[in-house]
Ligand binder design. Structure first.
Ligand SMILES: [Zn+2]
Length: 386
């Protein structure tokens, strides 16, 4: 496959500002008319508002299991980032293609679409499915509807390749994530009468320290998975809001924290440990002063981890197609855990580097697109012969 077509397609895709807060339908429409040129059927799976959609397309026979090429169409915001050019106009410089989403992950989508003429050139024995999702960057939201739709329709592919940027390394695992929003309800009063109130900021701080203690325990003596850069489960508090003035005891504080766990740890148990400390240790102290005081926990987002055995057929196939013997795991989350959890053996493998994702002047090397193109050539050959 010639990389020229890939670059042309990537240029079109980057031109759509599909920041997660926006509709992705213009991009989906563009992809649909591209597929129409090759007579490929496709289907939208909308969100509740109708402003966003997943796209599902099948090339080849529908009655036999095939392989999913999965990627998200949304990108992270460019707000507050210093770009040296328009982030939504692809720019080529020194073998690199700059633009928002070039690495994460419109580069992969472009490679898949550029491979379509080859896919349709001669009949496939096993189908290749395109699964392009929305709202991945805000918690792997969109693809859940698509996976549910596949289950309803009884589509059971043999495997799935999620093309997040791995520099075409075969990734067989990623961490699970759970994030929670905590609202601390206290009782306000003049700060000179502090003991008559319940200081929501201070009780939030005590719970945040508890979360920190859990993360230190996991770091020092928790389970280990050496395939990760950070080989243990982590916890972290990311935002805190509370208080209005120094002379007022604050009656409200909110904060958000997360766990990112390796397969050996149980997110339910870790979240339960935090909640138990809040409800059993802190709340009785708060309620001795103010019966209405306490903690409210809300699930903010989360996704399951990916944990595939190196012996799995999809892993072996990915290695053969990519010409690699090694495999690894990545700390960042992807849609792969959701596909795999739905019984579709899944590997993460895609062009570009996660180091360039989400940053100003995001880019993908042309050489990465070429590597991915060769992988897809091999996949098409495999599906033709299989
Ligand atoms: Zn991504």
């Amino acid at each position: 496959m010639s990389v020229g077509n890939t670059v042309e397609i990537l240029s079109a895709l980057v031109g759509f500002d599909t920041t997660s807060r926006n509709s992705n339908l213009a991009l989906i429409g563009w992809v649909e008319s591209y597929l129409d040129r090759f007579g490929i059927g496709h289907q939208r799976v909308f969100d509740a508002t109708g402003a966003k959609a997943n796209l599902w397309a099948t090339i080849g026979p529908t009655a036999v299991p095939g392989y999913i090429l999965s990627g998200h169409t949304d990108v992270v915001p460019v707000d507050g980032q210093k770009w040296s050019h328009d982030p939504f106009a692809l720019a080529e410089r020194g073998g690199r293609l700059y633009g928002r989403g070039s690495a994460d992950m419109k580069g992969f989508l472009a490679c898949c679409l550029a491979a379509v003429p080859d896919m349709v050139a001669r009949p496939l024995a096993h189908p290749i499915h395109l699964a392009f999702s929305y709202d991945e960057e805000v918690g792997c939201i969109g693809v859940r509807g698509l996976i549910a739709e596949l289950a309803r329709a009884g589509v059971k592919p043999a495997g799935c390749f999620v093309g997040e940027p791995t520099e075409m390394n075969v990734v067989i695992g990623h961490k699970a994530k759970r994030s929670l929003r905590v609202t601390v309800q206290g009782r306000t009063c003049h700060s000179s009468l502090a003991p008559m109130g319940v200081n929501a900021v201070e009780f939030a701080a005590r719970l945040i320290v508890k979360i920190r203690e859990i993360s230190e325990r996991l770091a020092q003596s928790g389970a280990r998975d050496p395939l990760y850069d950070v080989p243990f489960t982590t916890a972290h508090t990311g935002t805190v809001q509370g208080g209005t003035a120094l002379n007022i005891v604050p009656d409200r504080c909110t904060f958000e924290f997360e766990f990112r766990s390796i397969a050996a740890d149980d997110l339910d148990a870790l979240a339960a440990e935090v909640k138990a400390y809040a409800h059993d240790v802190l709340e009785p102290q708060m309620r001795a002063v103010a019966p209405e005081a306490g903690f409210i926990f809300e699930l903010k987002s989360g996704f399951p981890g990916l944990e595939v055995t190196p012996q799995a057929d999809t892993v072996r196939l990915a290695k053969r197609l990519a010409g690699r013997e090694q495999h690894g795991k990545v700390a960042y989350g992807t849609e792969a855990g959701l596909f795999d959890g739905a019984g579709i053996p899944t590997v993460v493998i895609g062009p570009g580097s996660i180091d360039q994702a989400h940053k100003a002047d995001e880019f993908i090397a042309v050489a990465e697109l070429e590597k991915c193109g060769r992988f897809l050539d091999q996949l098409v050959a495999h599906c033709r012969a299989a």
